[in-house]
Design a protein around this ligand. Structure first.
Ligand code: SAM
Length: 316
């Protein structure tokens, strides 16, 4: 398989909190040598999000198949539609883009709320499968299309739901949002033909992880301070206890002989004495990298934020 050029490369089709596009260049030096040598059969990403690393690796390296999981059902459903029904999805997005872009600001807001209601009605009806009027495929395409429309036009591309599971992010104010990028969607669909999409907990990936696997874990980051901005990816958040359970899972997968890489926030950005991850991942390689984000807006505390990459191998 030849390496793909920048222009042809499939990129994430959703904006996602914690997306790794900015860090792809930095990550390259931390991938295992076996990946470069073509010795990895399976790439596994148990916290898929927008799949920036998945798309990069599956196009740059000769990996046979991929497995991704995410606990967010709207996101995994969108992945499935991109894989199975990309042309119908493109038609849906092209039509909604044509309707949305010519509207003025006031009309756009109104249109956004109408589509948000429509999307939320589909979410509720979907839970009661007897209430489905449309054919299953059509319904899934419309729902995934609305999910992408909302993602592109809502405030900061956030994904947030209320207790009832209804999407409640307000409209954003982008001048010309790219709602339908047909070329990219087709390229992503190509990669997904070799990808198994799992809706649910990261542990569901365990059965696919073997000694010819490379696994990249990108869990919700541990907040740098109790007051740090709370990014809710789904209705549940990820506590310190969850981080500890994930570390136990990492050890179990290490026992299987898989190559593992994990990223997280560096608590030392705000508390130099905080050894939370050093304890959880004792015995593994803990690397510090700099992200292109500022630590906070207070000028007296400004500085580039660092993040952790934890591997169970010594990178090249
Ligand atoms: C930091 S984001 C991943 C970002 C991704 N690497 C990217 O480039 O967009 C974390 C993801 O983990 C998902 N998540 C949270 N808890 C999870 C769990 N228990 N199992 C699987 N996925 C989970 C969230 O829905 C979110 O999409």
């Amino acid at each position: 398989m030849g390496k793909v050029t920048e222009t042809k490369r499939a990129k994430p089709f959703v904006k996602w909190a914690g997306g790794k596009t900015q860090l792809l260049g930095t990550f390259r030096q931390f991938y295992p040598a076996a990946l470069h040598r073509g010795e990895i059969d399976r790439y596994i990403e148990p916290f898929a999000g927008s799949g920036a690393v998945l798309l990069y690796i599956m196009q740059q390296h000769p990996v046979r198949e991929a497995f991704i999981a995410d606990v967010n059902p709207a996101l995994t459903a969108a992945y499935t539609v991109v894989r199975e029904n990309v042309e119908q999805l493109i038609d849906f997005l092209a039509a909604i883009e044509k309707e949305y872009l010519p509207l003025n600001e006031k009309e756009r807001r109104k249109f956004f709320y109408t589509q948000r209601d429509r999307y939320n009605r589909m979410v509720v009806e979907g839970e009661d499968s007897g209430a489905r009027g449309l054919k299953r495929d059509r319904r899934d395409v419309n729902q995934a299309g609305l999910f992408q429309f909302l993602n592109r036009t809502c405030y900061n591309g956030l994904y947030r739901v209320n207790r009832a599971g209804l999407f409640n992010v307000p409209p954003g104010s982008y001048k010309k949002p790219r709602i339908c990028n047909a070329k990219n969607l087709r390229a992503v669909s190509q990669v997904l033909q070799r990808t198994t999409i799992l809706r649910g907990d990261y542990r569901d990936c365990a059965r696919y992880i073997d000694k010819k696997s490379f696994v990249y874990f990108d869990p919700p980051y541990r907040p740098l301070s109790p007051t740090a901005s709370f990014t809710s990816y789904s209705s549940a958040s990820f506590s310190d206890r969850d981080q500890a359970k994930l570390a136990a899972f990492y050890r179990a997968m290490d026992q299987k002989g898989a190559l593992l890489m994990l990223s997280n926030s560096n608590p030392r950005n705000t508390d130099t004495g905080d050894s939370f991850f050093d304890q959880l991942y004792q015995g593994y390689c803990i690397h510090t990298v700099h992200a292109r984000r500022l630590i906070n807006s207070r000028s007296d505390r400004r500085g580039l934020i660092s993040e952790l990459i934890i591997t169970n191998y010594i990178p090249d």
